[in-house]
Design a protein around this ligand. Structure first.
Ligand SMILES: Nc1ncnc2c1ncn2[C@@H]1O[C@H](COP(=O)(O)OP(=O)(O)OP(=O)(O)O)[C@@H](O)[C@H]1O
Length: 783
């Protein structure tokens, strides 16, 4: 259903809602009765499965797990008492053909020619209930259709303009086993449709509005009961290549991306057992969204990671100042790091100028010139630095052997020559062994070609002079100073706190250095891996019954995983070129879904980022979609934010807000100190809304903001402007628009993000720089 084109509603008699709730209650009771039957079966199967498991053949194991899986799924669903296990229903006209799909529903999407009779009268031919999981009755008729099944698509796609077979679309609200209410949309108001001889009635104001009005909590909810047609097209888009989605704030990009992950797993579980990676801009957005997939019944195969946590063992906990971030994120860093990796060979303390060893009773020496030549020759290759080390060692030994050999040759002139190649090879082997274990040789190698870690090289870049050398003609002096200073918080070995942008640099260095891989425990051979479509069996069954062993196996597999079958990038407009490279490494043969909004980009050079994104995606075919409706902000807030959009990106269309609250944004001016005014504004909003209040300040103000708001309780969240990305609150306080806008070259776009976080109310507090007019409206928000 298009949000703008909600289906018509007719006046209903007063008893109708209760009657319709009772009708749905009857159906839900049937569903639960069926699930209870399945539970009894399940208990028997689990019991039986344990016995089969002891047989231990792959076939028996597979069968056991398949049985346990079926049982486990139903048990889990029933016991979890999902708030809305069953949430939808569609009443359909007869379709063109009489074929049924595997879920028992008719497959036709077009209406049969004779489905509508004279006087626009029609009989409902099929009623389908849609839920989080498919349930069949004992005769294999569908009691509930899985929301991702093709038969459920009309629930999301049908609009009054293009209704297909749907006459009435109903959203059912339930809690546990109790139906609480229904909301209907009529897709074919011109019809007089009957179901079992009774006229169809239409209840409520539509599900979408009901859901949008609800108070927000600290976690995102799934939107499975009210996905809109344009969103559904994205969720169900074919997997191959790249699906690119753009849309303004609040158009559901994040929600759609997460539902798409669940959909892809449903459609092709075997392929996506390779893992789906969701890259999110901040840890806050990760914790805000990570509940959605479990609520859709999917969690095992999907990793939601902040862009600063993509490298194992490197968890970013700080943000760089915009000017530093701008350099660290730029693709110029690729060349800087390449030079740094090579230059870091001289980091091993005092680098020896010559190599002296004793072998075959002689003193052998390689001088500075000879050593430099060997190094040049090794560095002529393209292998990662640490992986070049064996070759460097070999060339040193060759050179030393050459010298030892000359002496031998001289001896041979006195009649003791070695000409037999086998003897020569033997002598050489002995020579290598002798030299390699000599302390002088091993000490020399450790200092002359040290094993380098990414962190150590990064820390070495904190030396301004050294970094200046490595970035000659790539960075200017000021940029060198900024980067070096920001890295000075790292210890010499690279230990210490990392910024979000450092992590992409570390990942690049990891590739350049080829850091020796950590020894990994051999992966157990799992007979189920060989069997079509049964991967989920282990996941579920083990989660339910397997206990510690299986969980730790799954966790360790997840940790080992560096490549994914599908990569979803949320807030893609914010990835820097260096971050694109890092993400691309995790999906070299993946299919991709990328969602973002250029108008919300906090990256200063969008064109550079676009080039990096093109490189990351390569020649994969792209499919583009635009989402056009803002489900988050009321029109009053969206209109205010539009003023900043016009300044930040003139000509950029803004999404249309789907609802209006009649409550205008409020403006206040802090006289002198900001703190007391911000606290007052937050307190007032706390009294006015039920859920959360976000207080957005410039990044540099974060510590102060925490103090201003201390003691107001956990419904209030202080946030830096960059941390507000993707989040939403019932009400927001935006503190000093001018400060936020001035903080970086992309400041106006960051301000646009800050202004579009509220679902109900917005207060803008002006500080010294905002130049408020008589009504307290800052200059950036005036017409
Ligand atoms: N079809 C829908 N039904 C109900 N709620 C919806 C629907 N689509 C989106 N929403 C709600 O609208 C809000 C905005 O969604 P979401 O955060 O996914 O938007 P976004 O496009 O990612 O926004 P931004 O670009 O600002 O981060 C969320 O609360 C989401 O649950």
């Amino acid at each position: 259903m298009g949000a703008q084109e909600a289906g018509a509603r007719t006046q209903q008699e007063p008893a109708a809602p209760a009657r319709e709730v009772a009708v749905e209650q009857v159906h839900l009771d049937r569903v639960y009765r069926r699930l209870e039957e399945k539970i009894h079966e399940a208990e028997f199967l689990v019991d039986d499965a344990e016995k089969r498991g002891q047989v231990g053949t792959p076939g028996a194991l597979a069968e056991r797990d398949a049985q346990v899986y079926q049982a486990a799924v139903h048990l889990q669903r029933l016991n979890a008492e999902f708030e809305d296990f069953l949430f939808g229903r569609i009443d359909l006209l007869r379709g063109k053909d009489g074929k049924r799909g595997p879920d028992g529903a008719y497959t036709a999407t077009e209406v049969a020619e004779d489905a509508v009779g004279p006087g626009n009268r029609a009989e409902i031919a099929e009623t389908l209930h849609i839920g989080r999981l498919g349930v069949l009755d004992a005769d294999y008729a569908p009691l509930v259709i899985d929301w991702r099944a093709p038969a459920a698509a009309p629930f999301y796609r049908s609009t009054p303009k293009d209704p297909g077979r749907v006459v009435r679309r109903r959203v059912i609200r339930s809690k546990g086993r109790r139906v609480l209410g229904v909301e209907d949309d009529l897709m074919r108001p011109e019809l007089t449709a009957t179901l079992d001889g009774e006229e169809l009635c239409v209840i409520g104001d539509g599900a979408l509005m009901a859901s949008l009005g609800r108070a927000r909590s600290h976690t995102m909810r799934d939107i499975v009961a009210s996905i809109q047609a344009e969103q559904d097209t994205v969720i169900r888009a074919p997997a191959p290549g790249v699906t690119e989605v753009t849309g303004g704030p609040g158009t559901g990009k994040t929600a759609v991306a997460l539902h798409r992950a669940a959909y892809l797993l449903y459609r092709d579980r075997r392929r996506y057992a390779g893992g789906i990676l969701v890259v999110s801009p901040t840890p806050l957005l990760v914790s805000y969204t990570e509940g959605v997939l479990p609520s859709l019944g999917e969690e095992g195969q999907v990793a939601i990671r902040a862009v600063g946590s993509l490298v194992e063992g490197a968890e970013a906990d700080t943000y760089d100042e915009p000017a530093v971030a701008r350099v660290k994120g730029s693709s110029r860093m690729v060349s800087v790091l390449r030079r740094a990796a090579r230059g870091a060979l001289d980091l091993g303390g005092e680098v020896p100028r010559s190599l002296r060893v004793v072998a075959f009773g002689r003193r052998l020496e390689l001088d500075e010139r000879e050593l430099a030549q060997i190094r040049r020759s090794v560095l002529g290759g393209t292998a990662p630095l640490n992986l070049m080390r064996p070759r460097a060692r070999r060339l040193l030994l060759d050179a030393l052997w050459g010298k030892a050999g000359r002496g031998r040759w001289e001896e041979s002139a006195r009649g003791r020559h070695l000409v037999d190649p086998e003897l020569i090879a033997e002598a050489r082997e002995g020579f290598d062994e002798d030299v390699s274990i000599e302390q002088e040789f091993t000490d020399f190698l450790a200092a002359w070609w040290p094993v380098l870690t990414p962190r150590r090289v990064l820390a070495a870049m904190a030396d301004e002079r050294r970094l200046g050398r490595w970035s000659r003609r790539l960075l200017n002096q000021r940029e060198v100073r900024l980067v070096a200073r920001s890295l000075s918080r790292l210890a010499v070995d690279g230990g210490g706190s990392l910024s979000v942008h450092d992590v992409a640099l570390l990942d690049e260095l990891r590739v350049l250095l080829g850091a020796p891989p950590k020894p990994v425990a051999p992966r157990e051979v799992d007979p189920l891996d060989e069997l079509t479509g049964l991967e989920e069996v282990t996941t579920y069954a083990e989660r339910m019954y397997g206990g510690g062993r299986s969980r730790s196996r799954a966790e360790s597999l997840e940790r080992e995983r560096t490549e994914y079958a599908h990569v979803i990038v949320d807030e893609a407009q914010d990835l820097t070129p260096m971050q694109w490279r890092m993400v691309a490494r995790r999906g070299t043969s993946a299919t991709w879904t990328i969602v973002g909004d250029p108008a919300q980009s906090s990256w200063s050079d969008p064109e550079e980022a676009a080039r990096a994104r093109d490189d990351a995606l390569g020649a994969r075919p792209r499919r583009r979609f635009t989402l056009t409706v803002n489900y988050r902000n009321p029109a009053e807030i969206a209109e205010l934010a539009d003023k900043v959009l016009r300044l930040a990106m003139p000509g950029m269309p803004s999404p249309s807000a789907v609802r209006s609250t009649g409550v205008m944004p409020r403006f206040t001016v802090a006289g002198g100190e900001l703190g007391p005014e911000v606290r007052r504004a937050a307190q007032r909003l706390l009294d006015e809304v039920e859920g959360t209040v976000g207080v957005v300040v410039a990044m540099g103000r974060r510590p102060e903001a925490r103090e201003w708001l201390a003691g107001l309780g956990d419904r209030v969240v202080p946030l830096g402007s960059l941390e507000a990305k993707g989040l939403e609150y019932d009400a927001t306080v935006v503190v000093s628009p001018a400060e936020i806008a001035d903080e970086s070259p992309a400041g106006l776009r960051v301000l646009y993000v800050a202004l579009t976080r509220a679902t109900q109310q917005l207060t803008v507090v002006c500080g010294e720089r905002d130049l408020p007019d008589a009504n307290g409206v800052p200059d950036l928000l005036r017409d």
